[in-house]
Design a protein around this ligand. Structure first.
Ligand code: CUA
Length: 325
């Protein structure tokens, strides 16, 4: 194992055919096992099917009344075809078990980040640094432990380039970890169907050098709103809090009504009443989305009560106000 492992890692690195780019310490190890399994299966598939076809042709019945010659067992053959697969199974078990353990147990010195999933946005909180962000920003070459939970339904956190995927559940914590090996930007996807906005539930991991990461932390990280006008802060929140998943700002209708030119306009509700979209209507729609549903839309928006501070709601309203036709 100790010699075989690294050798296969090298072999797999040169043959990235079916796997995405790899940017974590775990990725090449994952790929090595994947390719080993793939090629092993391919080899035995060809061997078994090849022999089957060959025997079917060679020993086919050639004339009426031809009898099969009597068969005697071969102990040697039976031992060979039992022992060789058993050894492969054992190898795969030990190898898979070791990989599983290294995936399941984060190193003790890992940096902590809390991941919160909700329809349909990811939030990353840095408890030590006191930062909240909608992009996962991490330093290169340092192990990172993600403690994840969901505010509503089951989501699944997936970073293809790191080969980590873990379900994110309500009322429970799940843990994943990684150590990025390359600076750059990588995709985060949700891989558990979680409702209308599931396919839009995307984010990024930004891997920075140690110095750039420190600068990012010092600047207050993602969602501080430091140095921004209320409208700019609102725009940032609109994207980062998931509003933009369902509400466009260009006039196109998605799961929810567009915000372009909406403020100040009259809107018809499902029960036929007409209301003016003013500060109070927007605030109520954020805190208690089901209270007044606009005609032509489903009551699918989750509540943001307790998830936004007053200042953030104000900023969102200011931003929506600024979206004139
Ligand atoms: Cu969250 Cu799919």
């Amino acid at each position: 194992m100790s010699v075989l492992g690294p050798a296969l890692v090298l072999a797999a690195q040169g043959r990235r055919v079916w796997t995405p780019e790899s940017a974590s310490t775990g990725a090449p190890r994952h790929d090595a096992l994947f390719y080993f399994l793939l090629y092993l299966s391919a080899f035995f598939f060809l061997l078994v099917v090849g022999l089957m076809v060959f025997f079917a042709i060679k020993y086919r019945r050639r004339r009426e009344g031809q009898r099969t010659s009597p068969l005697a067992g071969s102990r040697r053959l039976e031992i060979i075809w039992s022992v060789i697969p058993a050894l492969f199974f054992l190898l795969l078990f030990v190898w898979g078990w070791r990989e599983y353990m290294s995936l399941a147990v984060p190193p003790g010195d890992a940096m902590d980040i809390r991941v919160t999933a909700q329809k349909w946005v990811w939030t990353f909180d840095y408890p030590k640094e006191g930062i909240s962000s909608n992009e996962l920003v991490v330093p290169v070459g340092r192990p990172v432990r993600l403690t994840m939970s969901s505010q509503d339904v089951i989501h699944s956190f997936f970073v293809p380039a790191f080969r980590i995927k873990r379900d994110v559940l309500p009322n429970r914590y799940t843990v994943a970890w990684f150590e990025a090996t390359e600076t750059g930007t990588y995709d985060i996807q949700c891989t558990e169907y979680c409702g209308t906005g599931h396919s839009q539930m995307l984010s990024r991991v930004r891997v920075l050098g140690e110095r750039e990461f420190k600068e990012w932390v010092d600047s207050g990280g993602g969602l501080s709103g430091k140095g921004l006008s209320s409208i700019e802060f609102g725009k940032l929140l609109f994207k980062s809090k998931g509003c933009a998943t369902c509400h466009s700002v260009d006039g196109s209708q998605r799961t929810g009504p567009t915000m372009l030119g909406r403020f100040g306009a009259r809107t018809t509700l499902v029960e036929g009443k007409t209301v003016v979209v003013d500060d109070n209507y927007v605030r109520e729609s954020i805190m208690d989305p089901a209270a007044k549903i606009a005609q032509g839309f489903q009551p699918v928006m989750p509540t943001y009560a307790g998830r936004l501070k007053d200042k953030q709601v104000d900023a969102l309203i200011d931003y929506i106000k600024s979206l004139r036709r």
